[in-house]
Design a protein around this ligand. Sequence first.
Ligand code: SAM
Length: 279
Amino acid sequence: MAKTGTLFIVSTPIGNLDDITHRAIKILNEVDLIAAEDTRHSQKLLQHWGVNTRMTAVHDHNEKQISDRLIDQLKGGMDIALISDAGTPLISDPGYNLVNRCTEKEVTVVPVPGVCAAIAALSASGLPTDQFLFYGFLPVKQVAKHSVLERLNNETATTVFYESPRRIADTVKAIIEVLGEERKITIAKEITKAFETFYSASAVEVLAWLLDDANHQRGEFVLMVAGAPKNDTEMPPESLQLLKTLIAELPLKKAAAITASHYGLKKNALYQYGLTLNE
Ligand code: SAM
């Protein structure tokens, strides 16, 4: 019996065709079949890199049916690469059903990592990156959009959204209504493309910038919203552990200051907590 093939999840560029790894090109050349979200769109990339591997279409509307066929082909020994129109497959893109079925059917799935718009945007946003929540696309309907934002009201991590040019201004308006005018936002637009722009300001300033010039609302967007301020009294267990460790070696004042700066907490709250440890 033929050895089962491997499904490779291959990241592709989000604009600049050079943003693809050597390994990705090698795998795309070596596999028996490339399953692409839109074969015509991907043809450009494959041509650019001299890849002639056969393609088949896998998109949201046919993924369930096509998955059965692809799994049969993998079981029959074929190696297959999954790509999407841009970035990392499965990240707000098709592929979940296929990968989920492969793991159930014991087909090996191998990631070939590369670009993801969310990570590229976050890395240059200037917003905290120690904790972030990737939300993907917000619901289109107003009520549902507001209710998601309300649930995020107390989120202290940076939240990362994908948004379409048609809705970007409307979404920033909704953020102002629910999270307030002053919430800090970074917009990353057309990353890796000719008109790449990062704009960081308060929500109300970002809305003014978007409305100021029709060009500001064109292109592809990642919208990042700074987390809610951390509650002064909320001290994660790891911070208290660090404080205790430092107290063994340092005066309480110094230990509290180091812990506060490491975790972005209030020095005084940690100092007060430290005092209770000696009681
Ligand atoms: N799988 C992709 C990834 O790894 O980033 C995301 C696919 S999702 C269907 C497309 C969305 O990603 C766009 O609507 C936009 O929000 C974001 N995006 C993709 N390319 C981008 C770019 N060059 N600049 C900014 N945002 C981008």
